[in-house]
Design a binder for this molecule. Structure first.
Ligand code: FAD
Length: 307
């Protein structure tokens, strides 16, 4: 059995594994895809101390750093079930899709999240070539250009306000008849002169020249009319889905499905910690995920020496 078993091999999981291994305790990391969301990223310019890098390069560096320690890496394995420790069985068990079971004194869950897609033609094709999901990450790439934000909830309206300060023009498209963001955000949005809002607007296609985005098509659901806007970027902001489907019923989740953690990364189950995009910790960023991963590992170590 492991002292610490990390589930998820993204930035949070890698940091948790390194911090655990550095305590000289038996550490394992099991994940579906080492590197996590970073593998889907083109350029990373906001990981402090690294001026600029590429996602796959960053992911390889994470793996290389983990491999300099005595850590069991169990890659390409999906965790399907967590069985909490009990009086009869003091170890937490993680069941894998392969049928195997891993046992550990403490578990750190770092299974991350995924952006909800609009599922229209052009979205996948132009991902990283004009289609983006993270305004904090990719906003500066569109400085002075025209962009659309899809989604009129809090994240969409926040993104539109944020981007309006950087880009020349923002078109906000909301499928429903009204924006769903908080009133303060809507008021701020309405005060901006370079934002156009379309409600009852169904995005039908992201257009491009074969290399990068050059426009967007949407259907005006009130008139039935098809409309086209020329632009260089599309930010999809219709929700971030935490990878916690496999945990339902075992530990406490927020209404958005995020694992509820305290300031130490402790979940509702003793000995089970969580870190990164999968948790309630706000702002889903690499630099935050690695910090949270390190914190969860130190908390797990603290738990081990006290029990
Ligand atoms: P993840 O990176 O999501 O890693 C989770 C890992 O767990 C994955 O490997 C996944 O396969 C695995 N996993 C999931 N479920 C299971 C399971 N049941 N069993 C086993 N393994 C499982 N952030 C920045 O700071 N700067 C950027 O420039 C930036 N650009 C981005 C661009 C894109 C296109 C995307 C999608 C995200 C971007 N982000 C960026 C956000 C950043 O990638 C995330 O905040 C960060 O990767 C979160 O790390 P994590 O370890 O919590 O989760």
């Amino acid at each position: 059995s492991y002292d610490v078993l990390v589930v998820g091999g993204g930035p949070a999981g890698a940091a948790a594994a390194i911090y655990s291994a550095r305590k000289g305790i038996r550490t394992g990391v099991v994940g579906e895809r080492f590197g996590g969301q970073v593998l889907d990223t083109m350029s990373i310019e906001n990981f402090i101390s690294v001026t600029e890098t590429e996602g796959p390069k960053f992911a390889a560096a994470l793996e290389q750093h983990v491999k300099t320690y005595d850590v069991d890496i169990i890659n390409l394995q999906r965790a399907e079930k967590l069985i909490p420790a009990s009086a009869a069985n003091p170890l937490t068990e993680i069941k894998l899709a392969s049928g195997a079971t891993l046992k550990a004194k403490t578990v750190i869950i770092a299974t991350g999240a995924r952006w909800r897609e609009i599922n229209v033609p052009g979205e996948r094709e132009y991902r990283n070539h004009g289609v983006a999901y993270c305004p904090h990450c990719d906003g500066p790439l569109f400085k002075g250009k025209r962009v659309a934000v899809i989604g009129g909830g809090n994240s969409g309206v926040e993104a539109a306000i944020d981007l309006a300060g950087l880009v020349s023009h923002v078109t906000l498209l909301e499928f429903g008849a009204e924006l769903r963001a908080d009133e303060v955000l809507q008021r701020k949005l309405r005060s901006l002169t370079n934002v156009t809002v379309h409600t009852s607007a169904q995005t039908t296609e992201v257009k491009g020249d074969g290399k990068k985005v050059n426009g967007i098509d949407f259907k005006d659901l009130t008139s039935g009319e098809l409309k086209h806007v020329e632009l260089e970027g599309v930010f999809v902001q219709i929700g971030l889905v935490p990878n916690t489907e496999w945990l339902k019923g075992t530990l406490e989740l927020s209404r958005h499905g995020e694992i509820i953690v305290d300031a130490r990364g402790q979940t509702s189950l003793p000995g089970v910690f969580a870190a990164g995009d999968v948790t309630t910790v706000p702002f889903k960023q690499i630099v935050i995920a690695v910090g949270e991963g390190a914190k969860a590992a130190l908390s797990a170590f603290d738990h081990l020496i006290r029990s």
